[in-house]
Design a protein around this ligand. Structure first.
Ligand code: BES
Ligand code: ZN
Length: 627
C-alpha cells in the first residue's frame, strides 16, 4: 500500500530544490573567511581539556610585591588522554596536584615550556584519566606584567600601598596560571588575604559590608574570559549611587568621584532600554590612582577607571558609558580571539554613542563621533595598511599593539552605516537579538557575519547591497560610504579658530564660557599643526590652558606646546608626565618630544624619573619610543 503525504511532500520537494538550484546569496560563505577560532595568543588546548572554573587562594604581599598561593582549576575533558595546557608568564610554580572528587588530592607532574617574549610559556600538567580538578601552587614575579604595585606616595591618600591588576589583553597569565584565551570562559571564586587596613575588591560580587577584615572572599557566578578577572587592593571605600550602582575609591577621592559619576544609574537604565537587561546585578566603578595605564577597563561588575576622568563637570564621563556598554559588547558577547577585537570595541563605541545620546543628548554624542572620526583618520595617516583593517592580522605580535582607534572608530562607523541603511528601529532589533543570541558566549567575526546575514541582510538584499562588509573588514582606510557625523557647534568653534588666526576676531569675543570639552578640543585641533609660541601664549593668557584641570584639554595643549616650542608649559608637562601614567596621554607626548634631538633628550631625562611610577604596559610603550 502506498502512503501519500500530499502536504509534506511538496514542501520537502521545494526545500530540496531550494538547496540545489537557488543561487547562493551574494555574501554567502563570506563568514568562512572570518571563522578562525584558534587563538594564536594562547598555548592552551581548550578543545581537548577546558578550564570552566578558577578558584583563587592568594596572599597579597606588598613587602615582596608578589601574590602567593594557589589556583584550583575545574575541568571539562572532551578528550580523555590529553594533558592540560595553561598559559603562564614569569610564574614560579612549586607544585601541582589533581583530584577526581575535590576531596583527595595527589601530586602530579608539570612542565613549563620555553618562554616566548610575547606569549610567555606553556604550562603543561599531566592528568590522570579520572582527574576533574587541578591545583597549582605558585607565586607571581615582582615584575608581573598584569600587576602594578604602588607605593603610598603614588596614591591619593599617600598612606597606604595599592595593588591593581590589568589583565587585558594577555596579562592574566602573569598572575593566574590558566587558559588565558578570550574563547575560554570561567566562573571564579577567590579568597584574598591582605595586610590589615586594606580592602580587596574584584570583578565579582563585592559586598561593601565585607570590610576591615584581612581575608576577603569573592564569587563570580557568571562565566567570563580570563582577561576580565580583576583584583585591586588598597585603602578603598564605597559609596552607593543607586541600589545597583556605586563608586569605590580612596576615601579622599570618594565624594568627588561619587558626584562626578552620579549619572551612572541613568546610563544603566538608558543602556537597558536600548539593548536589554543588565545581566551582572551590580555596576560599580573603581577610581584608581593616576598611574592606571588606561582610561577605563570594563572588568565585570566593577569598571576600573583613571582618576583623570574626574574633571569636575562630568564632561569626561563618556568613558563610563563606554565601559558600561562593554557589559553587553565584550563581557556578555566576547571576541573569541584578539583578531576579533573590533567586535568588542566597535560595538562598544557605537553603543557608547547611543547611551550618551540618551543621557546627554544627540548634540554631544555627535560631537564625540565627529572628533573620533577625525582622530582615526589622523591616526591612519601613520599606520601601516595592514593595521587599518577591522579584521586585523596579529600573527607574531602582541595584541596590545592592535590597540589603535581602528577597531573602535571604524567599527563604530560600520555599525552606524548599518543603522543608516536599515533604519534605527530595525538595527536596534537586530542588535538586541545579537546580544541575546550570543549572551555569555565568545564569538569570531564569522559568527557575526552569519548572524547578520540571516537576521538583517538577507531580509532586504537591496539595502544589504549598500554595505560591503568584506571591504570594511579587509581593506585599509574608510569606505566611501562611511557616515559623516555632523555638529554645528564644532563647525562654529572651527570657524572661531580660523577667524582668530586670520586676525578677524579677538579671543575675548569667543563664547568660550559655554564650551564643552569637545568644543575646546576641536578648537585646539583647528589650529595649524605647529602653532608658534607667541600665539600659544596669547591663548594661554586668555584661557589659562596650561592650568586646565581637564585632562583631555591639558593633554592636547601640552602636545601643542611641544610642537610649537612653548617653553612656558614645560614645567607643567614634566609634572604631568611624572604623575599620570595613562598611555593614551603620555604616548603622544613622548612621541612628539622624540621628534627633535633636544626634545628627545628632555624626554629621556623626565622618563628616567617617571618610569618607576609607570605601569609595565605604559613603560613598555615608552621604552619602545625612546630606545
Ligand atoms: N577594553 C579597553 C581597554 C583595553 C583594550 C585594555 C585593549 C587592554 C587592551 C577599554 O574598554 C577601553 O577601550 N578604554 C579606553 C576608553 C574608551 C572611552 C575608548 C581607554 O582606556 O582609553
Ligand atoms: Zn573598550
Amino acid at each position: 500500500m502506498r502512503i501519500h503525504f500530499p502536504v509534506v511532500l511538496p514542501a520537502a520537494f521545494l526545500l530540496a530544490a531550494a538547496c540545489t538550484k537557488a543561487p547562493p546569496p551574494v555574501q554567502s560563505r563570506l563568514e568562512e573567511k572570518f571563522s578562525e577560532r584558534r587563538d594564536i595568543h594562547s598555548y592552551s588546548n581548550p578543545t581537548e581539556v577546558r578550564v570552566n572554573h578558577v578558584g583563587l587562594d592568594l596572599d597579597v604581599s606588598f613587602t615582596d610585591k608578589v601574590l602567593r598561593g594557589s589556583a584550583t582549576l575545574t575541568l571539562d575533558r572532551p578528550v580523555r588522554d590529553k594533558p592540560l595546557i595553561l598559559d603562564s608568564r614569569d610564574l614560579k610554580i612549586s607544585r601541582a596536584e589533581t583530584s577526581a572528587d575535590g576531596v583527595t588530592w595527589a601530586p602530579t607532574g608539570f612542565q613549563v615550556g620555553s618562554v616566548d617574549r610575547i606569549l610567555g610559556a606553556p604550562l603543561s600538567v599531566t592528568l590522570p584519566v579520572d582527574a576533574k580538578q587541578v591545583r597549582i601552587f605558585y607565586e607571581t614575579a615582582p615584575t608581573a606584567s598584569g600587576l602594578q604595585w604602588l607605593t603610598p606616595q603614588q596614591t591619593a591618600g599617600k598612606k597606604h600601598p595599592f595593588l591593581f591588576t590589568q589583565s587585558q589583553a594577555i596579562h592574566a597569565r602573569s598572575w593566574i596560571p590558566t587558559q588565558d584565551s578570550p574563547g575560554v570562559r570561567v566562573r571564579y571564586s577567590a579568597k584574598i588575604r591582605v595586610p590589615a587596613g586594606l580592602q580587596a575588591v574584584m570583578s565579582a560580587r563585592n559586598d561593601p559590608m565585607q570590610k576591615g577584615v584581612t581575608e576577603y572572599t569573592f564569587e563570580m557566578p557568571q562565566p567570563i574570559p580570563a582577561y576580565l578577572i580583576a583584583l585591586a587592593v588598597g585603602d578603598l571605600s564605597f559609596q552607593a549611587i543607586s541600589k545597583r550602582t556605586g563608586v569605590w575609591a580612596e576615601p579622599v577621592m570618594l565624594a568627588k568621584a561619587a558626584k562626578e559619576l552620579e549619572d551612572t544609574e541613568k546610563m544603566v537604565q538608558a543602556a537597558e532600554r536600548l539593548y536589554g537587561l543588565y545581566r551582572w546585578e551590580q555596576y560599580d566603578v573603581l577610581i584608581l590612582p593616576p598611574s592606571f595605564p588606561f582610561g577605563g577597563m570594563e572588568n565585570p561588575r566593577l569598571t576600573f577607571a583613571t582618576p583623570t576622568i574626574l574633571a569636575g563637570d562630568k564632561s569626561l564621563v563618556g568613558l563610563i558609558a563606554h565601559e558600561l556598554a562593554h557589559s553587553w559588547s565584550g563581557n556578555l558577547v566576547t571576541n573569541a580571539t584578539w583578531r576579533d577585537f573590533w567586535l568588542n570595541e566597535g560595538f562598544t563605541t557605537y553603543f557608547e554613542r547611543r547611551i550618551q545620546e540618551e543621557v546627554y543628548g544627540a548634540e554631544r554624542s555627535e560631537m564625540e563621533a565627529l572628533i573620533e572620526k577625525q582622530e582615526v583618520i589622523r591616526e591612519m595617516a601613520d599606520l601601516p595598511e595592514k593595521d587599518e583593517m577591522l579584521y586585523v592580522d596579529l600573527k607574531g605580535r602582541d595584541p596590545d599593539e592592535g590597540m589603535t582607534q581602528v577597531p573602535y572608530v571604524k567599527g563604530m562607523l560600520l555599525l552606524r552605516r548599518l543603522e543608516e541603511v536599515f533604519g534605527r528601529d530595525r538595527f536596534d532589533v537586530f542588535l538586541r537579538g545579537y546580544f541575546n543570541e550570543f549572551a555569555f558566549k565568545s564569538i569570531v567575526t564569522g559568527d557575526f557575519i552569519e548572524y547578520i546575514e540571516n537576521n538583517l541582510l538577507n531580509h532586504d538584499r537591496d539595502l544589504a547591497a549598500k554595505i560591503n562588509l568584506q571591504e570594511w573588514l579587509t581593506q585599509p582606510g574608510l569606505p566611501a560610504e562611511t557616515p559623516q557625523p555632523k555638529s554645528d557647534a564644532l563647525q562654529k568653534t572651527e570657524a572661531a579658530a580660523k577667524d582668530w588666526l586670520a586676525g578677524r576676531r579677538e579671543l575675548s569675543s569667543l563664547p568660550t564660557k559655554s564650551w564643552s570639552t569637545q568644543e575646546w578640543l576641536h578648537f585646539l585641533r583647528s589650529m595649524p599643526p605647529s602653532l608658534d609660541a607667541n600665539r600659544m601664549s596669547q591663548l594661554d593668557a586668555a584661557f589659562s590652558l596650561t592650568e586646565s584641570g581637564n585632562s583631555e584639554i591639558l593633554a592636547e595643549w601640552l602636545l601643542m606646546a611641544i610642537r610649537g616650542g612653548y617653553r612656558t608649559a614645560y614645567p607643567k608637562l614634566d609634572r604631568f608626565l611624572m604623575e599620570v601614567g595613562r598611555r593614551k596621554y603620555i604616548k603622544p607626548l613622548y612621541q612628539e618630544l622624540a621628534k627633535t634631538p633636544e626634545g628627545k633628550s628632555h624626554a629621556k631625562k623626565v622618563y628616567a624619573k617617571a618610569r618607576a611610577g609607570y605601569h609595565p604596559i605604559s613603560a613598555a610603550t615608552v621604552d619602545d619610543l625612546l630606545k
